[in-house]
Design a protein around this ligand. Structure first.
Ligand code: NAP
Ligand code: HSE
Length: 396
């Protein structure tokens, strides 16, 4: 592949993002990129791409020596891993948006990149159109990063925005809206239970601090148990509820969470609406910075894929520089955090609070705001009850 030759792409998936990429590439001829083949699963779906481009056999792309780049935009993580690994093994560059696959199989993907020498880029996997991974790799290579706090899931932010608005319907209607608009995962449990945020948090931890985690190490909760009562308590405290991913350095150790949070309305993150995402970075020299952009949807996500394709043309690859550092932080969830827990009196008794700041028992709801060790929050079986809603209480 030379800088002047047309880049030939084998595309896997033609859903929200795949179709978005197809449309974006029609409008960016200067990139000199050609979609040579599109592999999909369903033979009977109507497509906006010409039938001559379609195939249902992945080998027609993976075994084609004239295809330079495999762009994987499917919703099946196991098949996605097979596609990416075969692409790299056969000397093709690969691009993916599949955060579940990347977060869950990062050690294998690192080994594959190192052994084959082929680039594997995945800017679209985390925060849609916000260029966060390359910024963490390049811009924040030398500044001393202290924390990344972010809204990384568009679907839950869309639902939470609706729940805070007096003029919209409830949770179910908002989720259906996010699905209709193409923001939600094929299995929306991944969004609303915080798994998608945990995958993205895992990817951020790798590029921000050089720490390779299993996504199950991220302290995670979702928003499925939220009720108007929780929103009203947050409002009384002049907060908005957001699902926040936080990767934070404490000396030599790192805490990693994806949790609902009472976010003070004076903070920028509290004002991020609908499917928008935002990443707040705090570093020793640059201090605090905020990146904001659309976190989901065909066009915005395709824009990040487009940027990876352009980067491959310029022979860019991730160097994972922070993983080369002699000392890397280790995950330690021994820190105390302040948390709101709305639950029955029986469940509240089981929560291992270190101290209690507010203990409210009422006819419409009971809750406690107290201090808890993050590791206890991660493991406490009382929180597995589906009626319990918990949220970190941020003090700024
Ligand atoms: P989608 O709309 O559900 O489309 C999925 C596509 O994958 C469909 O075209 C489907 O084929 C195809 N597919 C599934 N398994 C396949 C297989 N084994 N071989 C070939 N094609 C296969 O999904 P999406 O929203 O575009 O998401 C795609 C990926 O991007 C996912 O990993 C998602 O997490 C990620 N992502 C999505 C967004 C977003 O806003 N939607 C943003 C960032 C990242 P058929 O058309 O034949 O069914
Ligand atoms: N389902 C994801 C979201 C898509 O809502 O953020 C973007 O990764």
């Amino acid at each position: 592949m030379t800088h002047t030759a047309s880049l030939r792409i084998g595309l896997f998936g033609f859903g929200t993002v795949g179709q978005g990429l197809y449309d974006v590439l029609q409008r960016t001829p200067l990139l000199r990129t050609e979609i040579a083949r599109i592999c999909v699963r369903d033979r009977f779906k109507q497509r906006s791409a010409p039938a001559r481009l379609l195939t249902f056999d992945r080998d027609e792309i993976l075994d084609d020596p004239d295809i330079d780049v495999v762009v994987e935009l499917i919703d099946d993580p196991d098949a996605a891993f097979d596609i990416v690994s075969r692409a790299l093994e056969s000397g093709k560059a690969a691009v993916s948006a599949n955060k579940r696959m990347i977060a869950s199989r990062l050690p294998e993907l690192l080994e594959l990149q190192s052994r084959t020498g082929m680039p594997f880029l995945y800017e679209a996997s985390t925060c849609g159109s916000i260029p966060i991974i390359r910024n963490l790799e390049e811009y924040y290579d030398n500044d001393l990063l202290r924390s990344v706090r972010a809204i990384v899931n568009g679907t839950t932010n869309y639902i939470l925005t609706a729940l805070h608005s007096p003029h919209t319907g409830g949770y179910g209607e908002a989720l259906a809206g996010a699905q209709r608009l193409g923001f939600a995962e094929s299995d929306p449990t991944l969004d609303v239970e915080g798994y998608d945020a945990a995958f993205k948090t895992t990817i951020i931890a790798a590029h921000a601090f050089g720490v390779v985690l299993n996504p199950s190490q991220v302290v995670r909760r979702g928003i499925t148990a939220i009720t108007p009562y929780d929103v009203s308590v947050a409002r009384q405290l002049t907060c908005s509820i957001k699902l926040l991913s936080t990767v934070q350095l404490h000396g030599d150790s790192l805490s990693v969470m994806a949790l609902p949070a009472f976010t003070p309305n004076g903070l920028h993150l509290a004002s991020i609406q609908n499917e928008m995402n935002a990443v707040q970075l705090t570093a020793a020299f640059s201090d605090a910075q905020l990146l904001v952009g659309k976190g989901a949807g065909g066009g915005p996500t395709a824009s990040a894929v487009l940027s990876d394709i352009a980067a491959i043309r310029h022979t860019y690859r991730y160097e994972y520089k922070k993983m080369q550092q002699p000392v890397r932080p280790t995950v330690d969830h021994g820190i105390e955090v302040s948390v709101y827990v709305r639950a029955s009196a029986a469940i509240l008794r089981e929560v291992p609070f270190r101290s209690i700041e507010v203990d409210h028992r009422g006819i419409t709801g009971s809750y406690v705001i107290g201090r808890i060790v993050l590791d206890d929050l991660h493991r406490c079986s009382a929180f597995l009850d589906p009626s319990v809603f918990i949220a970190i209480v941020h003090d700024g």
